[in-house]
Design a protein around this ligand. Structure first.
Ligand SMILES: C[S@@+](CC[C@H](N)C(=O)[O-])C[C@H]1O[C@@H](n2cnc3c(N)ncnc32)[C@H](O)[C@@H]1O
Length: 344
């Protein structure tokens, strides 16, 4: 029962966001009557939502009729640099993304995503035609990338590379961080037009625009030449094995001898494990229903890489981000492995 009731919590969070409670409370202690006035709600009903939010750990009950945001609740404020609001907006029950979950059974029967059946177009096309959703998507990718970018910067020896290309790199958050930390690096940000979002602004804000080219293109058609390190972060899990192999094969065509592809993804345990945070299993089903993609075990990444002409050179978890860094190097004709640049 607890499991099923927990999905109702998401509706409470959805309502809190719709009523803009995190923004309205901000860092104040606010009475129920004040909040009812600010949200144009009935105080006797609002108080019931507030009680639930206290029970869920998003609000503190400061006095019988006043509340404030907890540390977790404050992450839903839109004005914080570490806000997770856009991520939450993408995953609330009223979101386009979660509506596909209602047809998980169909996806299981067919093996195909159900997003296009519902919305008449595939996920990335839909996002590019919905300005608000595109903003949330891009902001949530940025929010998820910030801690990973900081940790990747320390987990990998970039000194041995000159030009890094982020393939499907979105708004450039990862590259902005890498360039700001490694003065010698140049970079190429590669994505479809709609994926690039605020890239120019984000790179400029870090003062690294002069070292980063922005290239528009389709990684199923080709991946540009010119880099010796290719990054794929949260890209392969969007696609089935055939399409993920096609992306890797396009990277293989352009990566030079001594170059590498670095894949950054959450890894599924090799066998189901109830001690693991179930998020990775739910994310696996989320990419299934929306995109036809999948999360993968290391062995599955190994098979993909091998089909595309790469050896797995190294793998290591990236700090406490829940992601792993997988380094793939071109299979050499002499059969010898190039040295890994993953830091021990
Ligand atoms: C899940 S997002 C990951 C973005 C970024 N790498 C990150 O981790 O924050 C997938 C990215 O792939 C891009 N993408 C989707 N289809 C593409 C295509 N055919 N060619 C190039 N990029 C594509 C999307 O625009 C998006 O930026």
């Amino acid at each position: 029962m607890g499991l099923l009731f927990s999905q109702l919590s998401a509706h409470v969070v959805d309502a809190a966001i719709e009523l803009e409670l995190p923004r309205l409370i901000a860092d104040e202690t606010v009475t129920v009557d004040e909040l009812a006035a600010r949200t144009n709600s009935r105080a006797d009903v609002l108080v019931r939502v507030l009680r639930a939010l206290v029970a869920l750990g998003l609000l503190d009950q400061v006095s019988p009729d006043a509340v404030r945001l907890t540390e977790t609740g404050a992450l839903l404020r839109p004005d914080r640099p570490d806000s997770i609001l856009s991520y939450v907006q993408l995953l609330t029950p009223s979101s386009v993304l979660t509506s596909a979950w209602r047809r998980l059974g169909t996806a299981v029967r067919t093996g195909n995503p159900v997003f296009a059946d519902i919305y008449g177009t595939d996920f990335f096309d839909y996002v590019s035609n919905d300005v608000e959703l595109a903003d949330w998507f891009s902001a949530s990718m940025r929010q998820g990338t910030l801690p990973v970018a900081a940790a990747v910067s320390d987990s990998y020896d970039f000194a041995g590379h000159d030009v890094v290309m982020d393939v499907g790199g979105g708004d450039g958050t990862m590259l902005a961080r890498l360039l700001a930390t490694h003065d010698h690096l140049k970079a190429v940000l590669f994505d479809i037009e709609e994926g690039l979002g605020e890239a120019a602004r984000i790179l400029a804000a870090q003062g690294v625009s002069d070292r980063c080219d922005i290239r528009v293109g389709d990684f199923f058609v080709d991946v540009p030449t010119g880099a010796d390190l290719y990054l794929l972060k949260n890209v392969l899990h969007d696609w089935d094995d055939e399409r993920a192999t096609a992306i890797l094969a396009n990277c293989r065509r352009v990566v030079p001898d001594g170059g590498a592809v670095v894949i950054i993804e959450a890894l599924l345990p090799e066998s189901p494990d109830s001690s693991v945070n179930p998020q990775v299993y739910l994310s696996d089903l989320n990419v299934l229903v929306n995109l036809g993609g999948k999360e993968r075990t290391l062995a599955e990444f190994g098979r993909l890489c091998s089909r595309a002409g790469f050896d797995l050179a190294a793998v290591r978890p990236i700090g406490s981000t829940g992601k792993s860094l997988i380094e793939a190097r071109p299979v050499r004709s002499d059969g010898r492995a190039s040295p890994s640049r993953v830091r021990k």
